[in-house]
Ligand binder design. Sequence first.
Ligand SMILES: NC(=O)c1ccc[n+]([C@@H]2O[C@H](COP(=O)([O-])OP(=O)(O)OC[C@H]3O[C@@H](n4cnc5c(N)ncnc54)[C@H](OP(=O)(O)O)[C@@H]3O)[C@@H](O)[C@H]2O)c1
Length: 263
Amino acid sequence: MNNSIFKGRTALVTGASSGLGSDFARQLAKEGANLIITARRADALEALASEILAGSPGVRVDVIALDLGQPDSVDALAKTIADKGLVVDVLVNNAGYGSFGPFDRIPWEKEYAMLQLDIVALVKATRVFAEGMKERGWGRILQVASIAAFQPTPLYASYGAAKAFVLNYGIAVNRELRGTGVTCSVLSPGVTATGFLKVAGQTPTPYQRSSMMASPAVVKVGLRALARGKKAVVPGFGNRVAAVMTRFIGRGTAAVLAEAAMR
Ligand SMILES: NC(=O)c1ccc[n+]([C@@H]2O[C@H](COP(=O)([O-])OP(=O)(O)OC[C@H]3O[C@@H](n4cnc5c(N)ncnc54)[C@H](OP(=O)(O)O)[C@@H]3O)[C@@H](O)[C@H]2O)c1
């Protein structure tokens, strides 16, 4: 019998057209959740919806293709969801990407759009969808950060800082939500085999190749933390060691090591 707390709930997964987002959708459907999947690539979302419906025929899957990098996109997403008569019980704020390179050589348009997606859209979605969750007295929010959140990361300077924002924001929101029935958890993956590095414009380094985790394993850890309302989780033993280490070696030394790992 499926006793998952996600059974019969409606989960909104952002960035579901690829990588971790696709696996969040697949695993939530296996646990009996209905899905709203969003990203820019409609064809990839439709293909995922067909795959999920074939494997989990009891669930409902709604596809909403849009660009969350646009300023009013979260409001448009919320309106489309409301117009369909749906409410969001579970929010997986996963859409995001990194920009690799020297801080002053990354094209400004790319960096600006990244910050808009990784920070602004995530904050807006949290506010917009947490409201209904609080009114109904139940909800689960998962923020996807990164182990880049734990130390300054040269060559991913603004991406790493954006993920530090996500980590601190998520833990703070979790604290503010206590007693409401709604929780906010932060998942901080290490290097994971997805489209991430290609989009970031980086060839995998020896460190990245040796520490890479599979996306379904990372998602499993994230969903367990989400179900339990745990404030933060780092998947993988090596990643947990790296995340804790900064506290002892200090930010300056951590930045030197992070730069070495990125070259
Ligand atoms: N893979 C890693 O090593 C790693 C490590 C730590 C953290 N993360 C984080 O994990 C999350 C998922 O990334 P991933 O690794 O699964 O990479 P991915 O395979 O490249 O997936 C990124 C997803 O975000 C969506 N997205 C990108 N720009 C968007 C936009 N403007 N509007 C809406 N959706 C957009 C993409 O869909 P479309 O292109 O169709 O829009 C795609 O579905 C990100 O937040 C990333 O920072 C990844």
